[in-house]
Design a protein around this ligand. Structure first.
Ligand code: NAG
Ligand code: NAG
Length: 162
C-alpha cells in the first residue's frame, strides 16, 4: 500500500531538503562545479574544466575566477557580453583552445578589462571581426593558430596592443 502523498514522506524530506539548502547556501559564493578543478595558480584563482564536452562558457563558476581553462571542450560560439553577463569580468587568463568555436560576436570580450591572455587556437574560426579586441585594454597574448582562416589572416584593430 502506498502511503498517502505528503503525509508520511514530507517531514523526512523537509529535513533533508533543509540540510541540502543550507549546504548549498554555505558554499554559494565560492562554489566550484564538480566538473572543474579550482585552485591557485600564479597567484590567480583558477578553474580548470578541461575535456568535459562543455558546449557553453556558462558553467556556473563564481565571479571570483581569474584564470579559466576551458580547453578541449565543445564550445561553438561566444555571444555578445556572454562572459560578462555570467559575471566573469575578472578573467586575466582564458583558454578556449581545442573547442569548436566558429563564431565570436563583436562584444564577446567587452567588459573583460583585465584579460591579458586569450587562447583561441584549435577552433573552427574562419573570420574574426576587426574590432573584436579594440577595447581589450590588457590583452598581451592572443593565440589564433590552427583555425580555418585558410590564407585570410584576420585583420584586427587595437588601440592597446603596440
Ligand atoms: C587537449 O588536447 C590536446 C590535443 O589532443 C592535448 O595535447 C592537450 O594535452 C589536451 N589538454 C588537456 C589539458 O588535457
Ligand atoms: C591552453 O590549453 C592548451 C591545451 O590544454 C595548452 O596546450 C596551451 O598551452 C594553453 N594555452 C596557454 C596560453 O596557456
Amino acid at each position: 500500500m502506498k502511503p498517502p502523498k505528503g503525509l508520511f514522506v514530507a517531514p523526512a524530506s523537509f529535513g533533508i531538503l533543509a540540510t541540502l539548502l543550507s549546504v548549498a547556501l554555505a558554499r554559494m559564493p565560492e562554489a566550484c562545479p564538480g566538473f572543474c578543478i579550482c585552485d591557485m595558480w600564479l597567484k590567480l584563482r583558477r578553474a580548470a574544466c578541461v575535456n568535459k564536452n562543455l558546449y557553453s562558457v556558462q558553467t556556473g563558476l563564481p565571479a571570483i575566477v581569474q584564470a579559466l581553462d576551458l580547453s578541449n571542450n565543445s564550445v561553438s560560439s561566444l555571444g555578445n557580453f556572454e562572459l560578462a553577463n555570467i559575471g566573469l569580468t575578472r578573467l586575466k587568463y582564458l583558454n578556449l583552445s581545442g573547442n569548436s568555436i566558429n563564431e565570436i560576436d563583436l562584444n564577446a570580450f567587452t567588459a573583460l578589462d583585465d584579460l591579458a591572455v586569450l587562447d583561441l587556437s584549435r577552433n573552427h574560426l574562419y573570420y574574426v571581426l576587426e574590432d573584436t579586441f579594440a577595447n581589450s585594454k590588457s590583452l598581451k597574448i592572443l593565440r589564433l593558430d590552427e583555425n580555418n582562416f585558410n590564407s585570410d589572416i584576420p585583420r584586427l584593430r587595437s588601440s592597446y596592443i603596440k
